[in-house]
Structure formats: structure tokens, C-alpha cells
Design a protein around this ligand. Sequence first.
Ligand code: SAM
Length: 260
Amino acid sequence: MPQHSIAVAAAEPGLQARATALAEELSLPTLAQLPEPLARLLITSERLELRACGPDAPGAIAVDFAAGGLRYRRRGGHNEPLGRAVGVGKWQDLSVVDATAGLGRDSFVLADLGCRVTLLEREAPVYALLRDGLARGRAGDDPWVADVCGRMHLLQADARQWLADHSPDVVYLDPMFPARRKSARVKKDMWLFQQLLEANDPADGLLEAALAAARKRVVVKRPARETPLAGREPGFVIPGKTVRFDVYLPAPAADTGNGG
Ligand SMILES: C[S@@+](CC[C@H](N)C(=O)[O-])C[C@H]1O[C@@H](n2cnc3c(N)ncnc32)[C@H](O)[C@@H]1O
């Protein structure tokens, strides 16, 4: 993210020391240093949130694993295609690296399906939101959320470098949706990320790094009608109405590619 666009702020004077410390840790300015940012990373008494500034700004973004959406997604069976894509049921005790962790929703689904998930997030403000959400999830009073968050391990890293030194079973990629798909179809948080992220293609080199690292599969989430990432045809596809999962088999001997 451009360093000049986000300032760390405190929602009340008593939280200012925490805001200053967080700004220092993340190498971001405080509101005093950058009085007119595009967005504020705001410490409130309950949580950390990202708030865009300006009249048309969407609401606050925060990571809340106990909120209804993930539970609903689970009950409705929406998580099954992602599970099949990574190979839940085919292999036991899968280690999955979510190399584009974002707000951690897909990671949470994977951990709920029993995977051990390492989350990699490059952008400091997003990493901080995720760290805050995981800490609240683990300490909260919902045993299901605490248990699932316990299988999630977060690191701030550029996945392209991190993957060069590691060999997980599966690498999962959900690169930023293309900017032209703004509007109602892209959720407000992704829209804000698009506004704040640097113009360079965040998916550059990611697929290659993932294919070199993964032992069993690389799974890429794509909008249903978009071309495959980097123009590279997958081994097989788990289709869906709005998104699909493209599955790559980096080591042909390790998988028969039947989606199970
Ligand atoms: C579309 S979002 C992922 C959303 C996520 N699947 C979820 O469920 O919330 C993509 C994220 O990947 C991150 N990202 C992009 N390139 C990266 C890289 N090379 N290493 C680590 N993170 C990266 C971006 O900062 C962004 O937060």
C-alpha cells in the first residue's frame, strides 16, 4: 500500500499511546503526521478497523470471525467447493498456505475444514487487521471460533519470497479482483483495498512461486467468467456461480486430479 495513504489514529485520547506504537511498528504515519489520509487505521476500545475518509466512504472494515456470515456460509454448505479444491477428504491433516490472506475469510473456512493454515499477508494495515481479528477470535467466548482460529498462523510476508523457502501441501491464492469489477459485485472491503493498493499487479509472479513450492496442489480463486490467472490453464476446475476454483497439480505423480 502507498505509505502516504493510511494514517494510524486513536478513537479516544486514552488509546493514543497504542496508536503511536502501532504506527511505529507498521512504519505508518500517525494522524498528526498525516492529517488528510485516504483512510485511517483506527484503534477503538473494541477492535482495530480501517475507515476510508471522505463523504462517499464505505463503512469500517474489521476482521470479526464470530460475525454471522461465516457461520451462515458453513451451514449453507458454501464451503464445500473450496474444501474439494484443496483436497480435504482426499488427504488428512493438510497444511495449506493462504498466500493472499486478505481479511482471512477463506483461511477461516479452510481451518474450519480441518486444515492447518499459514496466512501470508504482505500489506501492513491488512496484516494488522487480521492479527487483531485472530487475537479476538482466540480470546472470545465462542469455542468454535477460538478452535478454528487456533489452526491459523499469521505472518506478514510477501508470499513470493516466503514460498521460495517452504514446501506446504497446498498453496491457495485469491489475488485481488480486477479493478474494473468495482461496483456492487465487489464487496465494499475489496473495493477499498483496490483504492488503496499500489497500481502494480499484486498477482505478479505469485502463481509461479506457488507452483514451485506446493507439494500437492495450487488452488486459485477466480471470478467465474475471468480468464485463468497469468493465462495458465489449470489441471481441473471446481466451478461455481460467481467464483470458481482453478486447481493446478504441480507434481503430477502426487495427484490424480479428480477433485476429491
Ligand atoms: C482478494 S484479497 C484476499 C481475500 C481473502 N481470500 C479473504 O478471504 O479475505 C488479496 C490479498 O492478498 C494480498 N497480497 C497480494 N499479493 C501478495 C503477496 N505477494 N504476498 C502476500 N500477500 C499478498 C493483498 O494485500 C490482499 O490483502
